[in-house]
Design a protein around this ligand. Sequence first.
Ligand code: PLP
Length: 363
Amino acid sequence: MADIAHREKVRALDLDLRRRAAAVIPGGMYGHMTVGRLPDEYPQFYDRSEGAHVWDVDGNEYVDFMCSFGPMILGYRHTRVEAAAASQAARGDTQPGPAPCMVELAELLVERVAHADWALFAKNGSDATTTSLMVARAETGRNKVLAAAGAYHGAAPWATLRMDGVAPEERANLHYYEYNDAASVERAIDEAGADNVAAIITSPFKHDAGFDQEDVDPAFARRLRELCDELDAALVMDEVRAGFRLNHGGSWERLGVEPDLSAWSKAIANGYPLAAVLGRGRYAEAATRIFVTGSFWFQAVPMAAAVATIHALRDEDAVATMERVGNRLRDEFDRLAEDIGVEIRQTGPVRCRISASRTTTST
Ligand SMILES: Cc1ncc(COP(=O)(O)O)c(C=O)c1O
């Protein structure tokens, strides 16, 4: 009882907002925000944020290890990013066409990501993964796509995790393989028919939500590249979650494997809404032909923020910093767990390295 009374006190505004949301938002927070599935103790509504810290509506302060589900790679209200965003906002944001910073951003991405000869922009990761597959289909004239079973590539009907409201036909052109299992990719190719495969979509490492994560086997990465070359199909890398975290550039560049197309979002603009598709020259003509757009896709402020974010990521040596503090965090979690006698498992990369002794699933 004391616990419930305490929770009601420290969560009074949050609980009230949840009740009001339930009346006017389908399912309340449980419906269209998966955050609603988190335990009751987890706050749902936030008031402000600064650096690595967030404050919920009741004034409780937290360290946001989730980085706001990924986008806040440099921390909240990063000075350089906010200055660039404010400077662009003072001139204009949504206008009849893009601002010059769109070209600057495309040039910067082409410079930093090895396989990229061009960039086009959207809002969400789902836009970017979906657009990548449209480009692959337009270029190859084929329909089938191979994806890893259990992988998340967004909330578009072809990718969403639940089938409610989705026509089975939306999945008719998808065939599934197991991540890190080349034989299963070959089986999926046979199933799809080698002449029908437009693309194989994959991710920098196996990061299915709610499961142990797994680094990519370099031999698997190389085999995917070979298979795409044999099929003359596009290798599409979903960089939405991992992009600019494992490497300042494409995540598989360190393995010597480059995709044909890649989908980016989350961290590229440090919290401002932006996504990008990057691609090789061969796919530029197809990217010109497909029809993709949105009323807000040419917003200037997120693009100005992205230019500043990408420069800051390199200037602050962000990948090395994430590796250093990530390892420290893991060591401390291990130490704490040992101190209190709780067995934990930590999986997934601190710069794509999995320690065998670490077995708490992190996302
Ligand atoms: C790997 C991956 N791809 C695509 C998406 C979809 O991105 P968004 O939620 O911005 O549409 C996500 C989102 O979590 C993701 O993790």
